[in-house]
Design a protein around this ligand. Structure first.
Ligand SMILES: [Zn+2]
Ligand SMILES: [Zn+2]
Length: 134
């Protein structure tokens, strides 16, 4: 997978990439925790650098829901959206609303060729809505 995008395969890169695969939408701190558990003394900076390199290479996607720290996921290239819980911050994937990506047609595209639409749905997750109503 790394070989296809001209990134050198290193142990930290493999560890970070598999951490992102196993923990979709995790933030940097939790990914550092996961990588350290498998690789030992890896520095914060090293993990940041790898996350940046993998994002630039298009292997992972960086999302930044408003009001949240940056998070990473391995599901790339399909312009899917996210639903974020207002109370506990849990994030889930939502496919494009209607038809192929990008699913939103702007009222005025200003002549741009648009290939991405960013949508964040907000509300209460099942756990939190049950907690409030009881
Ligand atoms: Zn919640
Ligand atoms: Zn996602």
């Amino acid at each position: 997978m790394l070989r296809g995008v001209a990134l050198r395969v290193t142990r930290p890169r493999m560890a970070v990439l598999s951490a992102v695969y196993e923990h979709p939408h995790a933030d940097t701190d939790s990914l550092i925790g996961v990588v350290r558990a498998s690789l030992g003394g890896v520095s914060h900076q090293a993990v940041y650098d790898v996350l940046r390199a993998l994002t630039t290479a298009g292997l992972i996607r960086r999302i930044e829901p408003p009001g949240s720290v940056a998070r990473y996921e391995a599901r790339v290239g399909d312009n899917h959206h996210h639903v974020v819980c207002r109370s506990c911050g849990v994030i889930a994937d939502v496919d494009c609303a209607v038809g192929p990506a990008p699913c939103l047609t702007p009222s005025d595209d200003h002549g741009f060729v648009i290939d991405e639409a960013e949508v964040v749905y907000r509300g209460l997750c099942p756990d939190c809505s049950t907690a409030t109503s009881s």
